[in-house]
Design a binder for this molecule. Structure first.
Ligand code: DTB
Ligand code: SF4
Length: 325
């Protein structure tokens, strides 16, 4: 069961405690999560991020859910790095549509030392547009997180992906400890951590509870928590994964909100598989961040016009961007 961490009074979340939450009657769970949400945030505000793949396809990693792995024949081809002016054009458009954060992603295992200088240049230029920046560049070697931080990077996205127990079933080209090492580099460099993972990958309720408990037990807790639902991609090992019921998605959001009360919980990939009402329920259950834009990395997102209408119907307003004074 839960016990306070003596050093800094942070609550430790055991699997059984999180599972008890997960199994609460649905209405009780949503009510609890919504109450915690409004104690910590304005429930009518939503943080808006925009995502761009700046280096697509041909990834040497073999994540079983991914369209960009060179190990699966998905039809997504290896492209070269997107030119800076195109990246900036996309960032400018995202900003004009209300995004406060621009997330740059690359399909590779991690940057090579010689990649750092052009990555830091991209970060500086995007930051100069008045956007918060987030990078999802994979595993980081010693010193890289500091260089990115010095360039003005605000967030680094590095997911726990799934549980340590389930890790090798989903990804064989790296291990859970590799992820933890990079997370430590990110936090030691003073970068904000964006860390979540993916559900709907044949995990069970125990795995979901453990996955959220592991996120909640990170110290400090991640500032941003993307919860992704599997988008089934043809010719990947998970193309026939068992269906995730929408209530399980909402329950996962709710337990993330309860266990990480001060984090932004992001409805990430697979959001467009939920209808308007289910997305609304996720916001009630504590989700307060979205990816906005018709496309994620390679898969479809909610269309912008759909999201604008949804936000209007639910009276949700974008959280103010953090522009420098
Ligand atoms: C995260 O957890 N979700 C984003 C971001 N981090 C980089 C990626 C979503 C990708 C969805 C699949 C695709 O579009 O290819
Ligand atoms: Fe590569 Fe990321 Fe896809 Fe894994 S999820 S195969 S690391 S692009």
């Amino acid at each position: 069961m839960e016990s306070p961490n003596k050093e800094n009074n942070i609550q430790y979340w055991s699997k059984c405690k999180v599972k008890d939450l997960y199994n609460l009657p649905f209405m009780d769970l949503i009510y609890k999560a919504a109450s915690i949400h409004r104690e910590n945030f304005n429930p009518n505000e939503i943080q808006v991020s925009s995502l761009l793949s700046i280096k697509t396809g041909g990834c040497p990693e073999n994540c079983a859910y991914c369209s960009q792995s060179a190990h699966h024949k998905t039809g997504i081809n290896k492209e070269s790095l997107m030119p800076l002016d195109e990246i900036l054009e996309r960032a400018q458009i995202a900003k004009s549509r209300g995004a406060s954060r621009f997330c740059l992603a690359t399909a590779w295992r991690g940057p090579r030392p010689r990649d750092i200088s052009y990555l830091t240049n991209i970060i500086q230029e995007v930051k100069n547009l008045g956007l918060d920046t987030c990078a999802s560049f994979g595993l980081l070697e010693e010193g890289m997180a500091e260089s990115l931080k010095d360039a003005g990077l605000d967030y680094y996205n590095h997911n726990l992906d799934t549980t340590p127990e389930n890790y090798q079933a989903i990804i064989q080209t790296r291990n859970y400890e590799d992820r933890i090492n990079t997370i430590q580099h990110i936090q030691h460099a003073g970068l904000k951590l964006c860390c979540g993972g993916i559900i709907g990958i044949n995990e069970n309720e125990d795995d979901r509870a453990m996955f959220i408990a592991n996120l909640a037990n990170l110290e400090p807790q991640p500032e941003s928590v993307p919860i992704n639902q599997l988008v089934k991609i043809q010719n990947t090992p998970l193309e026939n994964a068992k269906e995730l019921d929408w209530t399980d998605f909402v329950r996962t959001i709710a337990i993330a909100r309860i266990t990480m009360p001060k984090s932004h919980i992001r409805l990430s990939a697979g959001r467009n598989m939920l209808d308007e009402a289910a997305q609304g329920l996720c916001f009630l259950a504590g989700a307060n961040s979205i990816f906005f834009g018709d496309k994620l990395l390679t898969t479809e997102n909610n269309e912008e016009s759909f999201d604008l209408k949804l936000m209007q119907k639910l009276n949700l307003i974008p959280e103010k961007p953090n522009f420098p004074e």
